[in-house]
Design a protein around this ligand. Structure first.
Ligand code: 13P
Ligand code: SF4
Length: 351
Protein backbone atom coordinates (compact mmCIF):
# COMPACT_ATOMS: atom_id res chain seq x y z
CA UNK A 1 0.00 0.00 0.00
CA UNK A 2 1.28 3.53 -0.78
CA UNK A 3 1.02 4.74 2.84
CA UNK A 4 2.95 1.74 4.11
CA UNK A 5 5.72 2.27 1.58
CA UNK A 6 5.84 5.92 2.50
CA UNK A 7 6.19 5.03 6.19
CA UNK A 8 8.91 2.43 5.43
CA UNK A 9 10.93 4.99 3.47
CA UNK A 10 10.59 7.57 6.25
CA UNK A 11 11.59 5.04 8.92
CA UNK A 12 14.66 3.85 6.99
CA UNK A 13 15.69 7.45 6.27
CA UNK A 14 15.40 8.32 9.95
CA UNK A 15 17.56 5.31 10.92
CA UNK A 16 20.24 6.23 8.38
CA UNK A 17 20.26 9.90 9.40
CA UNK A 18 23.17 11.84 7.90
CA UNK A 19 24.77 8.65 6.54
CA UNK A 20 22.55 8.81 3.44
CA UNK A 21 21.44 11.68 1.26
CA UNK A 22 18.72 11.34 -1.38
CA UNK A 23 19.04 13.42 -4.55
CA UNK A 24 15.92 13.72 -6.73
CA UNK A 25 15.69 14.93 -10.32
CA UNK A 26 12.67 17.10 -11.19
CA UNK A 27 11.24 14.31 -13.38
CA UNK A 28 10.79 11.93 -10.48
CA UNK A 29 7.26 10.85 -9.65
CA UNK A 30 5.68 12.56 -6.65
CA UNK A 31 5.78 9.49 -4.34
CA UNK A 32 9.58 9.43 -4.71
CA UNK A 33 10.26 13.16 -5.15
CA UNK A 34 8.85 14.00 -1.72
CA UNK A 35 11.55 11.88 -0.04
CA UNK A 36 14.49 13.60 -1.72
CA UNK A 37 16.64 15.86 0.47
CA UNK A 38 17.77 17.89 -2.54
CA UNK A 39 15.90 18.48 -5.80
CA UNK A 40 17.36 19.87 -8.97
CA UNK A 41 18.20 19.69 -12.64
CA UNK A 42 21.24 17.77 -13.80
CA UNK A 43 23.67 20.67 -13.28
CA UNK A 44 22.47 21.38 -9.76
CA UNK A 45 22.49 17.74 -8.79
CA UNK A 46 26.05 17.27 -10.14
CA UNK A 47 27.22 20.18 -8.01
CA UNK A 48 25.38 18.78 -5.00
CA UNK A 49 26.82 15.32 -5.53
CA UNK A 50 30.31 16.86 -5.39
CA UNK A 51 29.57 18.66 -2.08
CA UNK A 52 28.00 15.89 -0.01
CA UNK A 53 29.57 14.34 3.08
CA UNK A 54 27.14 11.42 3.37
CA UNK A 55 28.43 7.86 3.12
CA UNK A 56 25.66 6.97 0.64
CA UNK A 57 24.35 9.12 -2.21
CA UNK A 58 21.02 7.61 -3.28
CA UNK A 59 20.25 9.03 -6.71
CA UNK A 60 16.60 9.15 -7.71
CA UNK A 61 17.23 9.88 -11.36
CA UNK A 62 18.79 7.91 -14.21
CA UNK A 63 21.99 5.91 -14.64
CA UNK A 64 24.27 8.63 -16.02
CA UNK A 65 23.37 10.86 -13.05
CA UNK A 66 24.41 8.21 -10.52
CA UNK A 67 27.65 7.77 -12.51
CA UNK A 68 28.33 11.50 -12.25
CA UNK A 69 27.72 11.31 -8.50
CA UNK A 70 30.24 8.47 -8.25
CA UNK A 71 32.82 10.38 -10.31
CA UNK A 72 32.47 13.67 -8.42
CA UNK A 73 32.16 12.30 -4.89
CA UNK A 74 35.05 11.09 -2.73
CA UNK A 75 36.31 7.53 -3.35
CA UNK A 76 34.89 6.18 -0.08
CA UNK A 77 31.38 7.50 -0.81
CA UNK A 78 28.92 5.15 -2.44
CA UNK A 79 26.56 6.15 -5.25
CA UNK A 80 23.35 4.16 -5.53
CA UNK A 81 20.66 3.98 -8.24
CA UNK A 82 17.50 2.41 -6.73
CA UNK A 83 16.61 0.61 -10.00
CA UNK A 84 19.47 -0.36 -12.28
CA UNK A 85 17.11 -0.39 -15.27
CA UNK A 86 16.64 3.39 -15.02
CA UNK A 87 18.71 4.40 -18.05
CA UNK A 88 18.28 7.22 -20.56
CA UNK A 89 17.37 6.26 -24.11
CA UNK A 90 19.06 9.39 -25.46
CA UNK A 91 22.31 8.60 -23.65
CA UNK A 92 22.25 5.17 -25.29
CA UNK A 93 22.23 6.77 -28.76
CA UNK A 94 25.95 7.48 -28.56
CA UNK A 95 28.40 4.82 -27.45
CA UNK A 96 32.16 4.89 -27.22
CA UNK A 97 32.67 2.58 -30.21
CA UNK A 98 30.69 4.90 -32.48
CA UNK A 99 32.24 8.07 -31.10
CA UNK A 100 35.78 6.72 -31.53
CA UNK A 101 34.89 5.65 -35.06
CA UNK A 102 33.57 9.14 -35.79
CA UNK A 103 36.83 10.62 -34.47
CA UNK A 104 38.88 8.30 -36.73
CA UNK A 105 36.68 9.14 -39.72
CA UNK A 106 37.04 12.87 -39.04
CA UNK A 107 40.80 12.32 -39.08
CA UNK A 108 40.50 11.38 -42.77
CA UNK A 109 39.35 14.94 -43.48
CA UNK A 110 40.96 17.13 -40.82
CA UNK A 111 42.97 16.94 -37.61
CA UNK A 112 40.26 16.48 -34.97
CA UNK A 113 42.58 16.93 -31.97
CA UNK A 114 43.60 20.33 -33.38
CA UNK A 115 40.32 21.43 -34.95
CA UNK A 116 37.38 19.80 -33.14
CA UNK A 117 36.29 20.06 -29.50
CA UNK A 118 34.18 17.08 -28.45
CA UNK A 119 31.27 18.25 -26.27
CA UNK A 120 29.10 15.66 -24.60
CA UNK A 121 25.74 16.39 -23.04
CA UNK A 122 25.76 15.13 -19.45
CA UNK A 123 23.11 12.61 -20.64
CA UNK A 124 25.84 10.19 -21.73
CA UNK A 125 27.81 7.25 -20.39
CA UNK A 126 30.93 7.87 -18.31
CA UNK A 127 33.24 6.52 -21.03
CA UNK A 128 32.06 9.30 -23.38
CA UNK A 129 32.84 11.88 -20.73
CA UNK A 130 36.26 10.21 -20.39
CA UNK A 131 36.69 10.49 -24.17
CA UNK A 132 36.05 14.24 -23.89
CA UNK A 133 38.46 14.52 -20.97
CA UNK A 134 41.16 12.84 -23.05
CA UNK A 135 40.58 14.84 -26.24
CA UNK A 136 40.41 18.38 -24.83
CA UNK A 137 36.62 18.28 -24.61
CA UNK A 138 34.01 19.08 -22.03
CA UNK A 139 30.60 18.12 -20.65
CA UNK A 140 27.52 20.38 -20.78
CA UNK A 141 24.01 20.30 -19.36
CA UNK A 142 20.87 21.90 -20.69
CA UNK A 143 21.42 24.90 -18.44
CA UNK A 144 24.98 25.76 -19.46
CA UNK A 145 25.26 24.52 -23.07
CA UNK A 146 25.79 28.00 -24.56
CA UNK A 147 28.57 28.91 -22.15
CA UNK A 148 30.20 25.56 -22.75
CA UNK A 149 30.05 26.03 -26.53
CA UNK A 150 31.69 29.43 -26.13
CA UNK A 151 34.46 27.74 -24.18
CA UNK A 152 34.79 25.07 -26.88
CA UNK A 153 34.90 27.54 -29.79
CA UNK A 154 37.48 29.66 -28.02
CA UNK A 155 39.81 26.65 -28.28
CA UNK A 156 39.10 24.97 -31.59
CA UNK A 157 37.18 26.02 -34.70
CA UNK A 158 34.66 23.14 -34.69
CA UNK A 159 32.56 21.18 -32.21
CA UNK A 160 31.38 17.57 -32.32
CA UNK A 161 28.28 17.62 -30.11
CA UNK A 162 26.72 14.37 -28.83
CA UNK A 163 24.31 12.71 -28.22
CA UNK A 164 21.48 15.31 -28.53
CA UNK A 165 21.16 16.92 -31.94
CA UNK A 166 18.44 19.31 -30.71
CA UNK A 167 20.22 20.74 -27.69
CA UNK A 168 23.28 21.23 -29.87
CA UNK A 169 21.38 23.00 -32.64
CA UNK A 170 19.42 25.28 -30.32
CA UNK A 171 22.46 26.24 -28.23
CA UNK A 172 24.57 26.89 -31.34
CA UNK A 173 21.78 28.99 -32.83
CA UNK A 174 21.58 31.03 -29.61
CA UNK A 175 25.29 31.72 -29.97
CA UNK A 176 24.72 33.04 -33.48
CA UNK A 177 26.02 30.10 -35.48
CA UNK A 178 24.05 29.92 -38.76
CA UNK A 179 22.09 26.71 -39.34
CA UNK A 180 23.98 26.23 -42.64
CA UNK A 181 27.15 25.83 -40.60
CA UNK A 182 25.69 22.88 -38.69
CA UNK A 183 25.63 19.35 -40.08
CA UNK A 184 24.01 16.23 -38.67
CA UNK A 185 26.40 13.33 -38.10
CA UNK A 186 24.62 10.00 -38.58
CA UNK A 187 26.76 7.49 -36.66
CA UNK A 188 25.40 4.58 -38.68
CA UNK A 189 26.70 5.90 -42.00
CA UNK A 190 30.30 6.15 -43.24
CA UNK A 191 31.67 9.66 -42.56
CA UNK A 192 28.44 10.38 -40.70
CA UNK A 193 26.60 10.48 -44.04
CA UNK A 194 28.42 13.72 -44.93
CA UNK A 195 30.73 14.70 -47.76
CA UNK A 196 34.27 15.89 -47.01
CA UNK A 197 33.24 19.38 -48.10
CA UNK A 198 30.28 19.37 -45.69
CA UNK A 199 32.58 18.37 -42.84
CA UNK A 200 35.10 21.09 -43.72
CA UNK A 201 32.36 23.73 -43.92
CA UNK A 202 30.54 22.77 -40.72
CA UNK A 203 31.30 24.54 -37.46
CA UNK A 204 29.06 22.16 -35.52
CA UNK A 205 28.69 18.45 -36.16
CA UNK A 206 25.51 17.36 -34.41
CA UNK A 207 25.20 13.71 -33.46
CA UNK A 208 21.92 12.25 -34.68
CA UNK A 209 20.34 11.60 -31.27
CA UNK A 210 17.20 12.75 -29.53
CA UNK A 211 15.02 12.40 -26.46
CA UNK A 212 12.01 10.21 -27.09
CA UNK A 213 9.95 12.29 -24.64
CA UNK A 214 10.74 15.76 -26.01
CA UNK A 215 10.46 14.72 -29.64
CA UNK A 216 6.71 14.32 -29.06
CA UNK A 217 6.18 18.07 -28.78
CA UNK A 218 5.15 19.64 -32.09
CA UNK A 219 4.87 23.22 -33.40
CA UNK A 220 1.19 22.43 -34.17
CA UNK A 221 0.56 21.95 -30.42
CA UNK A 222 1.87 25.46 -29.78
CA UNK A 223 -0.07 27.00 -32.68
CA UNK A 224 -3.38 25.48 -31.52
CA UNK A 225 -2.82 26.57 -27.93
CA UNK A 226 -1.81 30.11 -28.89
CA UNK A 227 -4.96 30.44 -30.99
CA UNK A 228 -7.05 29.58 -27.92
CA UNK A 229 -4.88 31.53 -25.41
CA UNK A 230 -3.19 34.45 -27.19
CA UNK A 231 -2.23 35.99 -23.83
CA UNK A 232 -0.39 32.83 -22.66
CA UNK A 233 3.31 31.98 -22.52
CA UNK A 234 5.09 28.95 -23.95
CA UNK A 235 8.17 27.47 -22.28
CA UNK A 236 10.14 24.44 -23.49
CA UNK A 237 13.13 22.31 -22.65
CA UNK A 238 15.93 22.60 -25.26
CA UNK A 239 15.77 18.86 -26.00
CA UNK A 240 12.63 19.76 -27.96
CA UNK A 241 12.91 20.26 -31.73
CA UNK A 242 14.32 23.49 -33.15
CA UNK A 243 10.89 24.61 -34.38
CA UNK A 244 9.30 24.05 -30.96
CA UNK A 245 12.11 26.02 -29.28
CA UNK A 246 11.85 28.79 -31.88
CA UNK A 247 8.11 29.15 -31.28
CA UNK A 248 8.49 29.19 -27.48
CA UNK A 249 8.72 32.39 -25.43
CA UNK A 250 11.30 30.81 -23.13
CA UNK A 251 13.63 27.83 -23.50
CA UNK A 252 15.64 26.32 -20.66
CA UNK A 253 16.45 23.47 -18.31
CA UNK A 254 14.00 21.91 -15.88
CA UNK A 255 15.25 24.19 -13.10
CA UNK A 256 14.84 27.23 -15.36
CA UNK A 257 11.30 26.22 -16.29
CA UNK A 258 10.29 25.85 -12.65
CA UNK A 259 11.92 29.12 -11.57
CA UNK A 260 10.44 31.09 -14.47
CA UNK A 261 6.88 29.95 -13.83
CA UNK A 262 7.16 30.37 -10.06
CA UNK A 263 8.44 33.94 -10.56
CA UNK A 264 5.72 34.82 -13.11
CA UNK A 265 2.82 37.14 -12.34
CA UNK A 266 -0.24 35.63 -10.67
CA UNK A 267 -3.00 34.73 -13.09
CA UNK A 268 -0.68 33.93 -16.02
CA UNK A 269 -1.20 30.89 -18.24
CA UNK A 270 1.63 28.59 -19.40
CA UNK A 271 2.13 25.85 -21.94
CA UNK A 272 5.09 23.66 -20.96
CA UNK A 273 7.15 21.36 -23.19
CA UNK A 274 8.89 19.00 -20.82
CA UNK A 275 8.26 15.81 -18.89
CA UNK A 276 4.77 15.20 -17.48
CA UNK A 277 5.63 14.54 -13.81
CA UNK A 278 7.36 17.90 -13.57
CA UNK A 279 4.49 19.70 -15.32
CA UNK A 280 1.80 18.12 -13.12
CA UNK A 281 3.69 18.94 -9.92
CA UNK A 282 4.31 22.52 -11.01
CA UNK A 283 0.66 22.99 -12.01
CA UNK A 284 -0.39 21.95 -8.48
CA UNK A 285 2.20 24.18 -6.81
CA UNK A 286 1.22 27.40 -8.60
CA UNK A 287 -2.53 26.99 -8.91
CA UNK A 288 -3.18 28.83 -5.63
CA UNK A 289 -1.74 31.95 -7.31
CA UNK A 290 -4.23 31.56 -10.13
CA UNK A 291 -1.54 30.41 -12.58
CA UNK A 292 -2.55 27.79 -15.08
CA UNK A 293 0.13 25.35 -16.28
CA UNK A 294 -0.68 23.04 -19.17
CA UNK A 295 1.20 20.21 -20.81
CA UNK A 296 2.23 20.70 -24.43
CA UNK A 297 1.29 17.37 -25.95
CA UNK A 298 -2.15 15.77 -26.10
CA UNK A 299 -0.29 12.44 -25.62
CA UNK A 300 1.06 11.29 -22.27
CA UNK A 301 4.84 11.95 -22.53
CA UNK A 302 6.53 10.59 -19.46
CA UNK A 303 10.12 9.57 -19.12
CA UNK A 304 9.55 5.86 -18.61
CA UNK A 305 13.04 5.28 -17.25
CA UNK A 306 12.84 8.09 -14.67
CA UNK A 307 9.52 6.48 -13.71
CA UNK A 308 11.27 3.21 -12.92
CA UNK A 309 12.45 4.68 -9.63
CA UNK A 310 9.42 3.82 -7.56
CA UNK A 311 8.70 3.77 -3.81
CA UNK A 312 9.25 -0.02 -3.69
CA UNK A 313 12.80 0.29 -5.01
CA UNK A 314 13.56 3.28 -2.82
CA UNK A 315 12.30 1.50 0.32
CA UNK A 316 14.29 -1.65 -0.56
CA UNK A 317 17.46 0.35 -1.21
CA UNK A 318 17.27 2.29 2.07
CA UNK A 319 16.25 -0.72 4.18
CA UNK A 320 19.18 -2.68 2.73
CA UNK A 321 21.53 0.09 3.83
CA UNK A 322 20.01 0.02 7.32
CA UNK A 323 20.77 -3.72 7.40
CA UNK A 324 24.35 -3.03 6.30
CA UNK A 325 23.95 -4.27 2.71
CA UNK A 326 24.74 -2.00 -0.23
CA UNK A 327 22.54 -2.71 -3.25
CA UNK A 328 22.67 -1.22 -6.75
CA UNK A 329 25.97 0.56 -6.30
CA UNK A 330 27.14 2.47 -9.39
CA UNK A 331 30.90 2.36 -9.81
CA UNK A 332 32.85 3.92 -12.65
CA UNK A 333 36.27 2.25 -13.16
CA UNK A 334 39.04 4.46 -11.70
CA UNK A 335 40.91 5.28 -14.91
CA UNK A 336 37.70 6.16 -16.77
CA UNK A 337 36.44 8.17 -13.79
CA UNK A 338 39.65 10.22 -13.64
CA UNK A 339 39.35 11.24 -17.31
CA UNK A 340 35.60 11.84 -17.06
CA UNK A 341 36.25 14.04 -14.05
CA UNK A 342 38.57 16.21 -16.15
CA UNK A 343 35.70 16.93 -18.58
CA UNK A 344 33.15 17.41 -15.77
CA UNK A 345 35.47 19.69 -13.81
CA UNK A 346 36.02 21.84 -16.92
CA UNK A 347 32.24 22.21 -17.07
CA UNK A 348 31.89 23.08 -13.38
CA UNK A 349 34.70 25.63 -13.67
CA UNK A 350 33.14 27.28 -16.74
CA UNK A 351 29.58 27.44 -15.42
P1 13P B 1 17.90 18.98 -17.02
O1 13P B 1 19.31 19.37 -17.39
O2 13P B 1 16.97 20.11 -17.26
O3 13P B 1 17.85 18.40 -15.67
O4 13P B 1 17.42 17.87 -18.04
C1 13P B 1 17.84 16.56 -17.96
C2 13P B 1 17.04 15.69 -18.82
O5 13P B 1 17.26 14.51 -18.90
C3 13P B 1 15.97 16.30 -19.59
O6 13P B 1 15.34 15.35 -20.35
FE1 SF4 C 1 16.76 10.79 -21.09
FE2 SF4 C 1 14.71 12.03 -22.29
FE3 SF4 C 1 14.33 10.73 -19.98
FE4 SF4 C 1 15.72 13.03 -20.04
S1 SF4 C 1 13.55 12.73 -20.52
S2 SF4 C 1 16.29 11.16 -18.94
S3 SF4 C 1 16.79 12.80 -22.02
S4 SF4 C 1 14.95 9.81 -21.98
Amino acid sequence: KPEELDARIRAAKAKLGKRAIILGHHYQREEVYRHADIHGDSLMLSREAARQDAEYIVFCGVHFMAEVADILSRPEQISILPDLAAGCSMADMADIVKVERAWRELAQVLDPDEQVTPVTYINSAADLKAFCGEHGGIVCTSSNAQKILQWAFARREKVLFFPDEHLGRWSGHQLGIPLEEMAVWDPDLPLGGLTEAQIRNARMLLWKGFCSVHQMFQPAHIERWRAAHPEGFVISHPESSFEVCRQSDHVGSTEYIIKTIKAAAPGTRWLVGTELNLVNRLAEEVKAEGKVVEFMSPMVCMCSTMFRIDPEHLAWTLESLVEGRVVNQITVPAEEAALAKVALQRMLDVS
